[in-house]
Design a protein around this ligand. Sequence first.
Ligand SMILES: [Zn+2]
Length: 340
Amino acid sequence: MTSEPEIVDADHPFNKPSADLILRTSDNVDFHVHKSILSEASPVFETMLSLPQPRKPVGLARSPSTKFAEQIQELKNGRPVVKIPELKNGRPVVKIPETAASLAMLLQICYPYKDPDMSDLDDTMEVLVAAIKYEMDHPTTVLSQRLQAHATTSPLRVYAFAVHRRLEEEARFAARASLRFGLNTLISQDAPEMFDISGVDYQRLMRYVVRCQTELPLITKDLSWLPKGRPFEQESGTVGWETGREPPWYGCGACRGDFGVSAWWDPYLGWVRQRLAERPSGAVLLGMPALVDQASREMGLKCWECRTVSGLGSLRAFTKYLAMEVDRRTAEIAANTTFC
Ligand SMILES: [Zn+2]
């Protein structure tokens, strides 16, 4: 004779007397919740609480209408459905496949309490899958943003996770985040999720990275996309352009060479180009004050006229504007790429 598994109640705030429904997790923890909050957060729960529920959740498609249509069709086809199996303290008990840890994180996002700890990538991915399955818009947005933050350190894991579940938007931002790493570093990252995707899926990412590495350095060859004037950093953090004044690399009488630009300008663009050919990412350009320092030393060696506070400020502002342009173009390429 097998003994019944022990069932325990969740901690505060999911043990309140005011609750009117119990969600029982796969590891036998009862969460005492409120139908009104669940129904508000999730059309799937709303339907579940008003209709018999299909035995198996249907896919991860984002379109509620498609999913509902499929659910209703399943019901019409006479597939077995789960009946609400029991009552506990007068509350219906609904069994769900998620673990207590995942459900706690999901509910914490829905309930007006403290934000859950989403510092672990595995947890974030698991709970995002549940949030999408239950069509919970707010938690999906919150978790997707959190996943985006994780992508800046683990792009390959997030990419493979997203592609495996056909989450195009998430795959796209993971691909963009991968540009912060050189190919050598990227392919060396451990990513157990890679077992779940095909070689073709992986090739799409590699093609995107190589295309950006090839195309982005070219924007330093032809600067016709730059606004006219002298760039400066505004208080808002954006870059403004002072019209009627040349930037320091064009306007210096002391070091302007035969081609009308300062002697240090081409070497500077050369360094930028080299970095863009390896890691075509605005964050990489901005994370490299050494780049401006190196140019500053070069400017100092070659021209004290250029190396003023205003001159260096213009160079920083230019680099910032360039970084934004790099990100705009890599986002554009990603938007025109199908990853899933
Ligand atoms: Zn000069």
